[in-house]
Design a protein around this ligand. Structure first.
Ligand code: AMP
Ligand code: MG
Length: 490
């Protein structure tokens, strides 16, 4: 039988490896059927990557599947158990409004979780209704796909399906289900849950499973758990550095929202920074600024320390020795973060090679942006286009000095000016998912008009293209639209 024949109708080829873990780690259940599933957005490129037949997904039967009324062939649905530190406080959580259908084995040999977000109540729903509203699911779709376009590891969005049912928040909203695709949904919080069970076999099974999914080269090695920790630390250092470089603020970096795969996950109150300011917070519930832009690396380490704690019993016989190993592994974060961040900044400034003053050159520019209240993305865009006169920085005397230093640094490199510009263009997005543009797309979608959203998503798919179409997305909002606030009631 050929591979194609082995696939079920629609291209489904699901495995369910999670069900082979100790059953205390999940609950089997099916999505709760909805009144009238209607597919409103489908990511055809992603469907193709997954080996799924987009035309089939667009049929009534496809919508029924994506809405949770029927199961794709081979699905063994379940909700995952996890715990987490939310704003520093430990809580038992779990998929309260998500159900994993299974893992799609893709034509290129990858394994991708297919999860419905908003499929109804689960044993972990606590007081929640297990449902999601259209606006936040579309917002996740737009921003996760924008992150993918930026080249940043992220969960993906395959589809948004209206349920035909209302959801009740502060107001009555249209219910929707997002189909989320991820390298896995293993989180720091999954380990916190497993460690809390106090059964070594459970923890070890989860750790070996994680290794199999994300670091299979470590399987069977004596030191594999320490190496897993080091890998997770490296992935997060790289991920958070890439967030900093594009001005992305996650907004809710609880330990249950940190994926061991190194993908950005959980697009709730996230947003892109406009004016450069490390204290920037968008989330209405983050009153202390715990998850402010400038705190993200620090919080990353804090979360990773919680992960390391869960692994201690697997790292060494003696706790003291285990702690020492864990601390050493956590220590990797700083140097890895710096390496990625500085490398990224060099690219953003069109610099080749390394000079000792590069870090200061980058830092000084950021400081100038902050004093002059300059837009982060558009400043780098203007530098890339050689149009800095359009920036509020242009009038600052200190900026003239900075520019002279930058020019001198570039004059010292042997690569031609054109290569430097090209490097900048590949590192500085012409556009980001600007909050007012996202809101505009969501408002139209609420009324059934998806054109604005489709145009936005397609412009964001290649943010480094510098096309004419992208120019209008680079415009800043009227000052009346700031400060922007995001809400967790997603
Ligand atoms: P989040 O803030 O999206 O990371 O969610 C935190 C926790 O709350 C997770 O366990 C979610 O599954 C759960 N949750 C969020 N919204 C709902 C809802 N409407 N119904 C049930 N559980 C929810
Ligand atoms: Mg979450």
């Amino acid at each position: 039988m050929t591979q194609q024949q082995a696939n079920a109708k629609g291209g489904w080829r699901l495995d369910n490896s999670y069900t082979r873990l100790p059953d205390i780690l999940y609950s089997r259940l099916e999505p709760t059927p909805v009144d009238e599933p209607k597919l409103v957005v489908l990511n055809e490129a992603l469907a193709a990557e997954l080996g799924l037949d987009a035309a089939e997904l667009r049929t009534e039967a496809g919508a029924a599947m994506l809405g949770g009324n029927t199961l794709p062939p081979g699905a063994e649905p379940l909700a995952q158990a996890y715990a987490g530190h939310q704003f520093g406080h430990f809580t038992m959580l779990g998929d309260g409004r998500a159900i994993l259908l299974g893992e799609q084995l893709t034509p290129s040999g990858e394994r991708r979780d297919i999860q419905l977000k908003g499929p109804g109540r689960t044993p972990y729903s606590r007081q929640g209704d297990g449902r999601a509203a259209l606006g936040p699911m579309l917002r996740e779709y737009i921003i996760s796909e924008a992150m993918h376009g930026l080249g940043i590891p992220t969960t993906r969005s395959l589809a948004v399906t209206l349920t035909g049912e209302p959801v009740y928040r502060e107001e009555v909203l249209q219910g929707a289900v997002l189909t989320r695709v991820a390298a896995s949904h293993l989180r720091v919080g999954t380990f916190q849950y497993a460690a809390g069970l106090g059964v070594r076999e459970h923890l070890q099974a989860l750790a070996d499973y994680t290794i199999e999914r994300h670091d299979p080269q470590l399987a069977g090695r004596e030191d594999r758990y320490l190496e897993l920790l080091r890998q997770v630390v490296r992935r997060q250092a790289s991920l958070i550095a890439s967030w900093q470089l594009v001005g992305f603020i996650h907004g809710v970096m609880n330990t249950d929202n940190m994926a061991l795969s190194g993908e950005t996950i959980d697009y709730g109150p996230c947003a892109f920074m406009d004016v450069f300011d490390p204290k920037t917070v968008f989330s209405s519930i983050d009153r202390q600024g715990r998850y402010a832009y400038g705190n993200q690396p620090k919080i990353g380490v804090w979360n990773l320390a919680r992960f390391a704690e869960t692994l201690l019993p697997l790292l060494a016989e003696e706790t003291e020795a285990a702690v020492e190993l864990a601390e050493e592994a956590l220590g990797l974060f700083g140097s890895e973060f710096e390496r990625h961040w500085l490398g990224g900044m060099r690219a953003k400034l069109g610099l080749f090679g390394e000079e000792a003053e590069d870090r200061e050159l980058a830092r000084d520019l950021l400081e100038l942006m902050q004093t002059e209240q300059a837009d982060y993305t558009n400043t780098f865009r203007a530098l890339t286009l050689g149009q800095i006169e359009t920036s509020p920085l242009a009038c600052a005397a200190a900026f003239q000095d900075w520019q002279a230093r930058w020019q001198a640094r570039r004059d010292r490199q042997s690569e031609p000016e054109s290569a430097s510009r090209e490097r900048m263009q590949r590192a500085n997005p012409a556009i980001i998912a600007r909050n007012h543009r996202v809101e505009e797309a969501l408002a139209a979608a609420e009324t059934g008009d998806y054109d604005i959203m489709h145009r936005l998503v397609s412009a964001l798919a290649d943010p480094y293209a510098y096309t004419a179409e992208q120019e209008r997305y680079a415009e800043l909002p009227d000052s009346g639209e700031r400060p922007y606030r995001t809400y967790c009631g997603t």
